[in-house]
Design a binder for this molecule. Sequence first.
Ligand SMILES: *Cc1c(COP(=O)(O)O)cnc(C)c1O
Length: 390
Amino acid sequence: MIYLDNAATTRTAPEVVEAMLPYFTENYGNPGGIYSLGSAGRKAVNEARRILAGALGARQEEIYFTSGGTEADNWAVKAAAESRPGRGRHIVTTKIEHNAVLNACRYLEKQGFEVTYLDVDENGMVDPGRLKAALRPDTILISVMAANNEIGSIQPIGQIGAIARERDILFHTDAVQAFGQIPLDVEALKIDLLSASAHKLNGPKGVGMLYIRSGIELPAFVHGGAQERSRRAGTENVPGIVGFGAAVKRALGSMEERAERETQLRDHLIRRIESEIPCCRLNGHRSKRLPGNVSFSFSYVEGESVLIMLDMAGICASSGSACTSGSPDPSHVLLAIGLKHEEARGSLRLTLSGENTREELDTAVDSLKEIIQRLRDMSPLYQEAIRTRC
Ligand SMILES: *Cc1c(COP(=O)(O)O)cnc(C)c1O
């Protein structure tokens, strides 16, 4: 099997599982307990918090564990919206956010908030000038993702952070795809709120975090006990949090060399597809993109058919995002970069991990080439188009 769907989720690294195991079997005490069995868990949670804070240039007390990226996004957007009732009810975000942010914004619209969904250019980039122009005196929150999960484009979040700080508007970034892949420093980038998730960087599923810059009065989202300084109640997912810490430590230690290697593999994959498969288009920015992201649209094929045939050849990939596949609607991200419905439906996303080899990628392109040719041979539209060069 060749796994090329690492933006959807990753394999939990063996050393991460190893680190987690004792917190299921031996150190299972409630971290809130007075007994020493609880203090082992408490210490481990704090060690993970220290690792995560270090990875972001943050302080330990600014890291709050959640059940994943979706919860962190919901908390950031909904609680930030409620946090300044006197200031206003306007939010600025983009058309290419993850559904966790978009649907939280749509929920807020029903509660009387106004949301501006910024357009992006054909490469999936947000224009800071355009963002600035969308701000109003009653704008309370800007939410722009650090890197896109479908097309990999990396946004100028430092510039956006500076604009937000200057205008005293809260700035949230969904960094679920970027965290552990590209350097992120919350001070330098002037980020107030940042979401991340463990399972996108070889950690376990069901655990994430929200960074909340100290001094920001963000209301609690999950009410209950006093865990996470009374801001996120519920008995801590100790094994999950330990796994998150171990995964971040692992990702950080190898970030530079992994990025270099994945970028090379990515560009090799892009070059081969562009030179060997006609009528295709690369989605997302050519250089400002995540090291492991390859996204293409192929005319005259259905992405779903390509995926099924790739699966039969032992290759796991995705069309659009995992959350939207299964629905007949084309991806909102691909529509936002200007693709027509039929182009968006012929899209394919291949996302790499540090473990993929050049041989695997060559095998995948060989299969893909054959599959697309086979599907196009059955398409009269394609037969017509090759005479006019797509
Ligand atoms: C995966 C993902 C999420 C959701 O994270 P979960 O931990 O799966 O809930 C949010 N935003 C982006 C950009 C993602 O890629």
